[in-house]
Design a protein around this ligand. Structure first.
Ligand code: NAI
Ligand code: MG
Length: 349
């Protein structure tokens, strides 16, 4: 079996966590009988500084032939974040219709957390990934265009239905309880619409319990009673915020991975850490590669290499539990030392 993968390391620590992921996936391949045909793309902020574009004009076309995309991060202090995000990541998510953003977190025994008792936290945030609050609809107006700004959110029946169906399916296979993040008391049009369609989809799963929780209360409850939650479905903005929160609960943003899925497989799906380019630590070799390695494991699962995906996940779990640990987790190990420990466990297992 040969899998064709597009690797886009991008900016900052994206460059530092991509090589460990490539090495780990190749080690899995040797062990589990597949090879990966890697194509590395130098897209990102440096290319923008040189050419005015983060990716070439036919970039989306180039990516279409791959089985999956492994992505690092994009963002640089000297370029507006709207330029970098909308110039690279957003076009991929949207043009490849990756409407499910799957963001799982689990607490690993021994990993420090801001909570006194994080044991047993196991949460999957499913973020709607192509519509909602992240829209191009709106603008500025008033005197000199400085009087007001309007940003429209657009939710469609089909858009809510398909992400809710994915979440209901997953929740049915797990705990049987699905939590939906809402704000239908304050947001007049979109959130009641979200609630109605999520409830309609959930009603199609007779054994599924649906809880609709206001986003503000949900944020607090996640900190106070994290073990009450299993699968959470949320809009683009709410899911973005909740998934950084859940990542923090299990110890670090450096542990949280995400899959941007096109469930119909009409286009390649994209796998990436939840974290960004971390300019504050970029270039110092201390970034935690765990999030990126978990993302690579999710990619292997998606490619049907489930034994390899499980092996990689378990090797990262064991390294987090027994060390060496990186600085964000209170340890002293470098990116390379953590990565070597994972690859070592993979080849010894
Ligand atoms: P960030 O995730 O890059 O960093 C937040 C904090 O977490 C920093 O203190 C950083 O050092 C720490 N951190 C993140 N990942 C870590 C890791 N693997 N190991 C150890 N520590 C880690 O978020 P921030 O600072 O808000 O954004 C920086 C840039 O990244 C911005 O330009 C932003 O737009 C971009 N960004 C890009 C994303 C993407 O490409 N998907 C996602 C989030 C932010
Ligand atoms: Mg985010």
């Amino acid at each position: 079996r040969v899998h064709s993968i597009a690797a886009i390391a991008g900016d900052g620590i994206g460059q530092e966590v991509m090589p460990p992921a490539v090495a780990a996936v190749d080690a899995c391949g040797r062990r589990h009988g597949f090879t990966v045909d890697w194509t590395h793309y130098d897209w990102g902020s440096q290319r923008y500084r040189e050419t005015g574009y983060l990716m070439p004009e036919d970039g989306i076309e180039q990516l279409k032939r791959h089985d999956a995309i492994l992505f690092g991060a994009v963002g640089a202090p000297d370029i507006p974040d709207t330029t970098t995000l909308w110039g690279l990541l957003m076009p991929m998510r949207r043009q490849f219709n990756q409407y499910v953003n799957l963001r799982p977190v689990r607490h690993i025994a021994g990993v420090p957390s801001p909570l006194a008792d994080p044991a047993g936290i196991d949460i999957v945030v499913i973020r709607e990934n192509v519509e909602g609050e992240y829209s191009e609809v709106g603008g500025r107006g008033g005197p000199d265009g400085d009087g007001y700004a309007v940003q429209a959110s657009r939710f469609t029946r089909d858009g809510v239905t398909r992400v809710a169906a994915y979440a209901a399916e997953l929740a049915s296979r797990r705990s049987g309880t699905l939590t939906s993040a809402t704000k239908s008391n304050g947001i007049l049009h979109t959130m009641p619409f979200w609630d109605e369609h999520v409830a309609r989809v959930a009603a199609g799963y007779p054994d599924l319990k649906l809880r609709s929780v206001l986003i503000d209360a949900l944020a607090a409850a996640l900190i106070l009673r994290p073990r009450d939650f299993d699968v959470i479905v949320a809009s683009n903005l709410f899911g973005d915020i909740l998934s950084d929160l859940t990542a923090a609960l299990v110890g670090s943003l450096g542990l949280a991975a995400s899959a941007n899925l096109n469930p119909e497989r009409a286009f390649p799906s994209l796998f990436e850490p939840v974290h960004g380019s971390a300019p504050d630590i970029a270039g110092t070799g201390v970034a935690n590669p765990a999030a990126m390695l978990y993302a690579a494991a999710m990619m292997l699962d998606h490619l049907g290499e489930t034994d390899a995906g499980t092996a990689l996940t378990e090797a990262v779990d064991a390294t987090l539990r027994d060390g060496p640990r990186s600085r964000d987790l209170g340890g002293a190990a470098s990116t390379a030392e953590v990565a070597a420990a994972v690859t070592d466990r993979l080849t010894r297992a």
